[in-house]
Design a protein around this ligand. Structure first.
Ligand code: RB5
Length: 162
């Protein structure tokens, strides 16, 4: 029998700053039984992170893939791009505890790693935690739904801010 992990396709992409770590994490993902889809970049030659974040975020936004992985130097540029897409919740994660909470509370569907600030063992731990932690639902479900429903939020201003 095949486990769900063996069937899931996971797109992964980086710019030059995340290239080396991307290659390492691809091996980890393959060992875990995932079907890895490498969306580039393919070397350490300088490149532009949006060129790689857009195609991956588009896949997640359209529901073509359930989860994805992005890497750049700080994680920030990749997250800015990915979070512009509907239904994408891209979390910049620098510790396993953050990965756990990003899944449990925020139902993050894109893991963004700051490759220049993480060791490989830490990145691997974060990746595994991200993939293996389920969304907790409950009160968090309402909050996650509100991310894309601006019109429903209550007025919380105290009237002093113009
Ligand atoms: C590339 O030097 C670097 O700016 C990029 O990887 C990323 O950190 C941008 O957010």
């Amino acid at each position: 029998m095949t486990s769900p992990a063996q069937k899931e396709r996971i797109p992964i992409a980086s710019d030059h700053a995340g290239f080396e770590m991307k290659q390492k994490l691809e091996e980890v993902l393959k060992k875990m039984g995932y079907d890895v889809q490498d969306l580039g970049t393919n070397s350490e030659a300088s490149t532009d992170y949006p060129d790689y974040a857009h195609p991956l975020a588009h896949e997640i936004s359209e529901g073509d893939a359930k989860r994805g992985i992005l890497l750049c130097g700080t994680g920030l540029g990749m997250s800015y791009v990915a979070n512009r897409y509907p239904h994408v919740r891209a979390a910049v994660v620098w510790a396993p505890e953050i990965a756990e909470l990003a899944r449990k509370h925020n139902d993050a569907n894109v893991l963004v790693l700051p490759a220049r600030f993480l060791s490989e063992p830490d990145a691997e731990k974060i990746l595994k935690t991200f993939l293996e932690t389920p969304f907790e639902g409950g009160r968090h479900e309402r909050r996650v739904e509100k991310i894309e429903r601006k019109e429903d939020i209550p007025d919380v201003s105290d009237g002093e801010i113009e």
